[in-house]
Design a protein around this ligand. Structure first.
Ligand code: ZN
Length: 272
C-alpha cells in the first residue's frame, strides 16, 4: 500500500496564513520562531507605505507595519500579496483588479528582493474574473476567504481554502483532532489576523497550539507556497501497481507498506 507523505517523510503539515501585516505580527512571528513554525503573511504594500491605521470596534487601534521593519521581521516565512489597497473587489473592472494585484506583487518583490508567488483575497468576494486575474499575474495560488473545515487538502490551487479561521474557543479541540487524524497529506492551516489575539486576549491559547504542534514529530511546518509547490510536484507522479515514477524536479516522499521512502527527481522505484 502506497501513501503520500510530505518532505522528509512527515505525515502532516502545519501553516498559519495571516493577513494585513499589522503591528501584532511582531509578537506573532516571535512566537512562530520560538517553536520553529512557519507562517505566510499577506501584505498590502499600498497601505504599508501610507502607515495606515484603523480603530477596531473594541477600541484597539490597529496599525500597519511599515516597509522599514517587514524585511527582517518576515525572514524565514512567506510573504504573499493581499492586493495593493485591500479593496472590496466586487465592483472593480478587470483592469482595476489587475492593477491591485500586479502592483502589489511588484512592490513586494522590490521590498523583499524575491519573487512573490502567493495571493490571499481581501474580504470575502471572489469570482471567476478575480481568479483569472490571479492566474494572469503569475501567482501560483490564490487563497480565498473560505475554510475547508477538515484536514483534507483543498482541491483547487486558485480557490485555496485554509482549514480554519482562528475561532479561539474551538482551537484547542481542533489541534487535538489534527494530532489524531490519519488523513493522507493532512493539513492544518489556520487563517486570521494577529490583532485578534490582542482583541480576544488569546496569546496563551495560540502559544499552547504552537507548542503542541512543534512537539509532534509527524508534523512539518511549511509555508503555503512550500505546500503548493510540493503538491504540484506530487501531481506529476505516476503510480502503478508496480512502480512509482517521480516526474518532478524535487524529491517526493511515500510510505510503501509501512516503510518511508524518498523518491528522487526522475527516479523510478519498484513496489513489490
Ligand atoms: Zn485583509
Amino acid at each position: 500500500m502506497v501513501k503520500k507523505l510530505y518532505p522528509y517523510g512527515k505525515k502532516k503539515a502545519f501553516n498559519v496564513t495571516y493577513d494585513d501585516g499589522v503591528l501584532q505580527d511582531i509578537r506573532f512571528v516571535e512566537l512562530l520562531n520560538k517553536y520553529g513554525l512557519k507562517g505566510t503573511f499577506n501584505l498590502n504594500s499600498g497601505l504599508m507605505e501610507k502607515e495606515f491605521e484603523w480603530t477596531h470596534e473594541c477600541g484597539l487601534v490597529v496599525k500597519r507595519l511599515n516597509t522599514d521593519v517587514v524585511v527582517d521581521l518576515y525572514k524565514g516565512h512567506e510573504v504573499a500579496s493581499h492586493t495593493l489597497n485591500h479593496p472590496y473587489m466586487e465592483n472593480l473592472s478587470k483592469e482595476e483588479i489587475l492593477v491591485e494585484l500586479s502592483q502589489d506583487k511588484a512592490n513586494l518583490e522590490r521590498i523583499f528582493g524575491k519573487e512573490i508567488k502567493g495571493f490571499a483575497l481581501p474580504f470575502h468576494y471572489y469570482s471567476d474574473l478575480i481568479k483569472e486575474c490571479v492566474k494572469e499575474c503569475g501567482f501560483s495560488y490564490g487563497r480565498i476567504s473560505e475554510e475547508t473545515g477538515s484536514f483534507r487538502l483543498p482541491t483547487d490551487y486558485y480557490s485555496w481554502k485554509a482549514t480554519f479561521f482562528h475561532h479561539f474557543d474551538k482551537l484547542e479541540g481542533l489541534t487535538k483532532e489534527f494530532m489524531e487524524t490519519d488523513e493522507e497529506l493532512g493539513l492544518f492551516q489556520i487563517v486570521g489576523h494577529s490583532y485578534d489575539l490582542d482583541v480576544a486576549d488569546r496569546w496563551e491559547i495560540m502559544e499552547d497550539v504552537f507548542r503542541g504542534i512543534s512537539e509532534n514529530k509527524d508534523i512539518l511546518p511549511m509555508t503555503t507556497i512550500e505546500i503548493v509547490e510540493y503538491l504540484k510536484a506530487m501531481d506529476k507522479i505516476e503510480i502503478t501497481s508496480e512502480y512509482i515514477k517521480n516526474n518532478s524536479d524535487v524529491s517526493l516522499w511515500f510510505e510503501i507498506d509501512g516503510r518511508v521512502c524518498e523518491v528522487k527527481s526522475c527516479e523510478k522505484v519498484n513496489i513489490f
